[in-house]
Design a protein around this ligand. Structure first.
Ligand code: HEM
Length: 448
């Protein structure tokens, strides 16, 4: 039987930051800029087009070091993008992240009025992300970006966050991160779960067929929209000492602490999935990228005796488990990086340092991908058959949250979950294609 032709993504037009997995280890910097002068902003776009690496970059050109750029709706406006084009972007993007606070559960301490400035204001226009295998190459990449802005006082840096991903890939709570990513048809990047069919390219990049069998509305003109995608940046502060104290207070001894932590995450700290080693950690499996994501849930763990349905990874990607809805419509590419100093092993008191995750989502559908997972799977339980229980790791739990661990003869239940993660800011952005960047840089000349 003939097979359907595979769509090829136009990798020479798509920014590297959309597709390319990060090097290991790596350093990253997020720089936010405000565009005060449209002419300077457009000139910056022109110069940055030469700095941004396309996803097709040959391995020989040090493709592990790259700069990506993304613009908020306010940023597109500040460049002088015509209203008809501005109106053609996704509604959630046009609103901006702060306006979506209720839907995202950014309430209480996570509410926009407590965010680091300029987040939550109309001054977050351009986000420049530099990624490299080490600090020296990162600084060189950022310097290239900075040189592009020389003598353009109308483009003003207003915020910067440096991140360092350690070689063991551990995020501040101590779990290995960055393991599970969806495979994307036509991207040339192999998937990490052999049981998972690649997603249609329109799930990740605008202008291609998606899982619904059509091409989603793409921002206009096509020169701007096609090969672009949406990016969500969120600075998530992690209360590591509080998380550790919670484990200590709710577990019976050190081994049980590790088990409780693994049940909350769905993986041991080494990255080994409970699905494949439910009773003991297996660091060798955790480190083996060919095996550590090769599993499903339905056949041998429908109830969740191994991986609780309420655990972070099973909520965020229930794979083939029975949940309301179609899981493939809610997948996402994550490109987050830890920031801040690690809290030394064993310390249970908060040292006041700021540490956490610069969370980055990349995908073509803000609402049914990022917003759905954040609001329905992380901060709700209805779609998962879990009532109103929230994610025990990343949920915005009020102080009385609880978490249920299926067990025979009766489930284990832990109460008193606290919000271990606090949103410190973020924005919805659009990452244009290289052609889109050129289109933006030529805006003034077309008008005049
Ligand atoms: C500070 C907050 C967070 C921490 C510490 C955290 C940590 C982790 C860790 C350690 C993993 C397992 C490694 C892996 O599968 O790659 C993971 C997986 C995942 N997380 Fe998070 N995460 C956080 C927030 C979020 C948020 C806000 C979302 C989405 C809105 C999210 C979505 C996911 C997804 C989709 C997976 C992969 C699940 C799978 O495919 O099995 N995470 N996270």
């Amino acid at each position: 039987m003939p097979t359907a032709p595979t769509t090829r993504l136009e990798l020479d037009d798509i920014q590297s930051g959309v597709l390319r997995p990060r090097p290991s280890p790596y350093a990253a910097s997020y720089v936010v800029l405000r565009i005060d002068d449209a002419r300077h902003g457009r000139e910056a776009m022109r110069r940055l087009t030469d700095v941004v690496t396309p996803a097709a970059a040959a391995a020989s050109t040090d493709r592990d070091t790259f700069v990506s750029i993304a613009l908020s709706h306010q940023g597109l406006k500040a460049l002088g993008v015509p209203q008809a084009s501005l109106d053609s972007f996704a509604w959630e993007f046009r609103q901006g992240m702060a306006a979506r606070a209720a839907a995202l559960n950014d309430v209480g301490e996570s509410a926009p009025e407590h965010w680091e400035k300029p987040f939550g204001t109309s001054e977050v226009h351009l986000v420049l992300v530099g990624v490299a295998p080490d600090e020296a190459r990162l600084e060189a990449a950022i310097a290239r970006g900075r040189r592009s802005l020389a003598e353009l006082p109308g483009v003003v840096p207003v915020w910067r966050q440096d991140c360092r991903a350690p070689p063991d890939h551990k995020e501040p709570f101590g779990f290995r991160d960055g393991i599970s990513h969806p495979a994307i048809e036509g991207s040339g990047i192999p998937g990490d779960n052999p049981h998972d069919m690649p997603l249609k390219p329109g799930e990740l990049v605008l202008g291609y067929e998606d899982e619904l069998g059509g091409i989603a509305p793409t921002p206009e003109p096509a020169l701007l929209g096609r090969n672009g995608t949406y990016v969500v940046f969120r600075k998530l502060h992690q209360r590591v000492a509080e998380f550790r104290r919670y484990l200590r207070q709710n577990a019976k001894g050190a081994a049980d602490e590790e088990l409780l932590a693994a049940k909350m995450m769905g993986r041991w700290r080494s990255g080994a999935p409970l699905a494949l080693c439910p009773l003991h950690d297996n660091p060798e499996l955790g480190a083996d990228d060919r095996r550590n994501n090769a599993f499903l849930y339905r056949a041998d763990d429908a109830v969740g005796y191994k991986t609780p349905p309420g655990s972070h990874v099973r909520r965020c990607n229930p794979r083939d488990a029975a949940v309301a809805g179609v899981v493939r419509l809610h997948r996402m590419v994550r490109r987050g990086t830890a920031y801040g100093p690690l809290l030394p092993e064993g310390v249970l008191d908060d040292d006041g340092a700021d540490r956490g995750l610069m969370f980055a989502f990349v995908g073509a559908h803000l609402k049914r991908q990022f917003e759905f997972v954040q609001s329905e799977w992380i901060n709700g339980g209805d779609f998962l058959g879990l009532g109103d229980a929230q994610d025990p790791v990343a949920g915005a739990a009020a102080r009385d949250g609880s978490f249920s661990i299926p067990r025979k003869p009766i489930p284990r239940r832990v109460n008193g979950l606290a919000p271990f993660v606090v949103t410190r800011g973020g924005e919805y952005c659009f990452m244009p294609s290289l052609r889109g960047l050129r289109w933006l840089s030529e805006l003034g000349s077309r008008a005049g």
